[in-house]
Design a protein around this ligand. Structure first.
Ligand SMILES: C[S@@+](CC[C@H](N)C(=O)[O-])C[C@H]1O[C@@H](n2cnc3c(N)ncnc32)[C@H](O)[C@@H]1O
Length: 226
């Protein structure tokens, strides 16, 4: 994991420290849950949008013989990912999810786990018979609830095939991160610098409050079409 440790030094950020390699709520268990419902099989092509060090792409390549492409706006994350276990099995592509450099209908499954979600662009690069796998914040309040989120994807031809709420997991994850950051203030202040430390603590504190008052939900979702 040396490549990940080096990254932690270069990019001092709470989300790298607290979420680790599978950098999303639910960690590797969530990745496995999505793979089991993704309808991917050996030889299929998967795109991991906002892949960070490509933990999900490397996971599906190693476990299911899937051909995986890991895309991220930050090329340094991709360079580190290539050096981690399974990195040679994956194709690494610097790319913004808002404008993906792939042809229409190229992928059998398109993933975005706790990264930017772009329904139109992700739908464009997905094949006519394919899935979209998400780990993301979902509305649960008066913004229309989960239904409004599902409706947005329906506009692009998707029907929800599987859903698991991770709202309590997200709340626990952010609470743990907040407690760790406060309890080990000196360590994280030294590591991030005083102002960035306070900024990141504010952000984690905001997330805790939002989840506590029921203003935000977190979900694993698989959409399918075709
Ligand atoms: C919290 S990490 C999640 C990483 C990864 N999906 C995982 O589950 O391990 C968010 C990642 O999204 C990337 N990202 C954010 N906005 C993006 C965008 N518009 N296009 C591509 N990548 C993006 C960041 O660079 C970062 O690596």
């Amino acid at each position: 994991m040396q490549a990940l440790e080096e990254l932690t030094q270069d990019y001092a950020a709470w989300w790298i420290d607290f979420l680790g390699e599978h950098n999303h709520v639910g960690g590797e268990d969530a990745t496995r849950w999505l793979l089991e419902r993704s309808r991917l099989s050996a030889g299929d092509l998967m795109l991991d949008c906002g892949a960070f060090v490509g933990a999900s792409a490397r996971y599906v390549a190693q476990r299911a013989g899937v051909r995986a492409v890991a895309a991220d706006v930050n090329p340094d994350f991709l360079v580190a990912g290539r050096r981690l276990q399974g990195g040679s099995l994956v194709e690494w592509a610097p790319a913004d999810t808002r404008r993906l450099p792939f042809r229409d209908g190229a992928f059998d499954s398109v993933w975005s786990l706790d990264s930017f979600v772009a329904p139109r662009e992700m739908s464009r690069v997905a094949a006519s018979r394919s899935t979209v796998c998400l780990c993301c914040e979902t509305p649960i309040d008066n913004r229309g609830g989960l239904e409004s989120f599902i409706d947005e994807w329906r506009e692009f031809g998707w029907e929800m095939a599987a859903h698991r709420s991770l709202t309590m997991d997200a709340l626990q994850t952010w609470r743990r991160a907040e407690a760790e950051m406060v309890g080990k203030r000196r360590l994280y202040e030294d590591r991030y610098g005083t102002r960035p430390y306070l900024g990141q603590l504010d952000l984690v504190g905001y997330l805790v409050q939002a989840y506590e008052r029921g203003g935000m939900g977190h979900s694993l979702i698989v959409f399918a079409r075709g």
